[in-house]
Design a protein around this ligand. Sequence first.
Ligand code: AP5
Length: 265
Amino acid sequence: MALYRQGEIRVKGIILMANETARNIGPVIVLGPPGAGKGTQAKRIVDRYGIPQISTGDLLRDNVGRGTKLGLEAKAIMARGELVPDELIYGIVSSRLREADCQRGFVLDGFPRTAAQARWLDAALEKEILDKSQSGKSEKCPPIVIQLLVDYNQLLLRLTGRRSCPTCGRLYNIHFQPPRVDELCDVDGSKLLTRSDDREDVISERLAAYESQTKPVADYYRAQRRLVVVNADRTMDEIAAQIFGVIDRHGQGAGGGNAQLESAS
Ligand code: AP5
């Protein structure tokens, strides 16, 4: 009996995963202050739904690392914790959105970050993405917008404690999710890195930029009745479960409308 149940669950699990990685998800936008867990949750969405993560922070850091023209322009701005000018961001986002793996949807992590970027994205999605499907038919899939809310002191711990593996990209946190061996990646043993903008003086600039420039983005989507606010002061699994619920309900045709999702106690 126990074996039969196990098999049944496994089969159902496989069917569920097949559905999740076949259907159109559309754009998923994850908003939130620095350290809220946008990247962490974006990776969970990638794993479950098989759509790519587009992190403007990662794209910029990649350009900085390769010393491209964009990277040279962005490097000092990022080091100060300020936002890179919108015009520099539009180019990398639009070329990434045109890649074939974005056909079924994508997770935007760290974009849009200004009200102007949000308006630009709406226009770009309308023109380039939403009217286009693989079959050539018009198939609109409006964005799902999730805002992660986290207590200020928790944000500071998440940012100052963050470490990442330069080889596999896995994220750790010395306070909440430490590696088995201090400063070494569990997966490949690489020495973990601290992001250069996770210093306290830069963190305060990043949080100030969020308050003044990025909070209006949530207002923009609230006015469109698209904003879903998730209490992200909980475990990564609890937050992920709520986000999956939002995405699944959206896929079942639940329309717009702002929602507050409270902590499951
Ligand atoms: P970006 O890379 O986007 O950084 P950010 O927005 O500051 O966000 P973070 O990556 O710091 O945090 P996160 O929310 O992803 O949290 P994470 O999952 O890592 O941008 C960097 C810079 O690039 C900007 O300052 C700007 O200069 C520029 N830039 C980027 N996009 C731009 C744009 N669109 N326009 C202009 N400029 C742009 O988690 C953090 C830590 O917390 C980790 O250690 C994690 O393990 C831990 N953690 C996560 N969730 C939990 C949890 N539930 N419980 C406990 N710990 C948790």
